[in-house]
Design a protein around this ligand. Structure first.
Ligand SMILES: Cc1ncc(COP(=O)(O)O)c(C=O)c1O
Length: 376
């Protein structure tokens, strides 16, 4: 090791000491299974909630340019029109990822003199986007709407509330009907990152706002194409003016290469596929898993397809995850900084891929793990 890099080694040692060191696992996906170290495991860590991810890649020439130069493949328009209809909005804009859609929208709307109100459990991409904006930030306690009401009274030129639809690490819904009311009565804009609710929640999978019947009260939708849709990319849907402003001023949109056209093609294909049957199956599978875990003695609060089992100490969560793996189930432990220190958890994400047999097998493993680690 070069002596100059001693500080890097020290930081890595510190992560190891606190059980926060991460390693990339070399895996291969095969439907509802994941192959790791030649072992076939039931995959309970996929965000391909509807099981649409299987994709044939057509022969295509990659654009190798940003969308404002020569990368705006004609398929973008088709996909964006579909997404606008899906969200009942005037216009949509596809970004290379959902992370970039957050960066791209939150950096152009709230300006100096404005106030962003953000739920404390919002995803890292929202936190980073808030950091890019020159607006003042105010973090309200998770799902504490009294705290939001208190903080929204603070003086500012314009106010923007940003929340997730289904929280990625807790699996709970934002109370969007009440949040929309609060925004209305304070003249605030409502921005919704629905990466985990989109294509999954609400009638026809239109998302969390549709589930709460407040679709029209959301000013800007931000979402991912890489989860419920089983494709890849991110997008925003809003009024034509907001989308035009993004095309003209959003640096994460302008200064990067366009999403490859075969991925746009894949998103259109998934969009047009019969998603409804899979969506119903996803909710049935989620209910089966939730009920089974509860009857084994786990405390489960989540009403959605994201079902966390909070273990607490990081090491214990890692050991719990290892036990699952040794017994044929892949459900990754999630640790700080993704969740708070000492609140490490196994984040189960249910998919429509899973059969009843796989769900029962997984429940058996969880039941034994719960007893072994003194959780149940
Ligand atoms: C709430 C939320 N927003 C945005 C993203 C980023 O989406 P993508 O994976 O498309 O970059 C994620 C990813 O996990 C997420 O959980």
């Amino acid at each position: 090791m070069k002596p100059r890099l001693g500080f890097v080694r020290a930081r890595l040692s510190d992560l190891k000491k606190h059980e926060l060191y991460r390693k990339l696992l070399s895996v291969r996906l095969s439907g509802q299974h994941i192959i790791f170290e030649n072992k076939k495991l039931v995959n309970l860590s996929s965000n391909d909630y509807l099981g649409l991810g299987l994709t044939k890649i057509p022969k295509s020439q990659l654009q190798s340019s940003s969308r404002l130069i020569s990368g705006n493949d004609e398929l973008f328009e088709k996909l964006e029109a579909r997404l606008s209809r899906h969200k009942h909005q005037e216009a949509s804009l596809v970004f290379p990822t959902g992370y970039m859609a957050n960066l791209g929208m939150l950096s152009i709307l709230p300006q100096e003199g404005d106030l962003i109100l953000s739920d404390e459990l919002n995803h890292a991409s929202i936190i980073d986007s808030c950091r890019l904006s020159r607006a003042r930030k105010s973090i309200y306690r998770h799902d504490d709407l009294q705290d939001l009401e208190r903080k929204i009274r603070s003086r500012a030129r314009r106010k923007f509330v940003i929340t997730e639809g289904i929280f990625s690490m807790n699996g709970d819904f934002s109370r969007l009907d009440e949040i929309a009311e609060i925004c209305c009565s304070h003249g605030a804009f409502l921005l919704l990152d629905d990466a985990h609710g989109d294509f999954v929640a609400g009638p026809d999978g239109r998302g969390s706002a549709s589930h709460f019947r407040v679709s029209k009260k959301v000013d800007v939708y931000i979402s991912s194409l890489s989860k419920g849709l089983g494709a890849f990319g991110g997008y925003a849907s809003a009024s034509k003016d907001v989308i035009n402003l993004a095309v003209n001023t959003s640096r994460p949109f302008i200064y990067t290469s366009a999403l490859p056209n075969f991925l746009v093609h894949a998103a259109i294909q998934k969009f047009d596929s019969d998603r409804e049957k899979k969506r119903i199956r996803l909710w049935r599978n989620s209910d089966l898993l939730r009920k089974g875990l509860r009857s084994s003695g786990f405390e489960i609060e989540s009403p959605s397809q994201i079902i966390p089992i909070v273990i607490g100490p990081e090491k214990k969560a890692m050991d719990f995850g290892r036990y699952l793996y040794q017994n044929g189930v892949f459900a990754q432990p999630v640790r700080y900084p993704t969740v708070a220190r000492g609140k490490a958890r196994i984040r189960i994400s249910v998919t429509a891929w899973l059969s009843q047999v796989e769900i029962e097998k997984s429940l058996g493993v969880f039941e034994r793990a719960g007893k072994k680690f003194g959780i149940t």
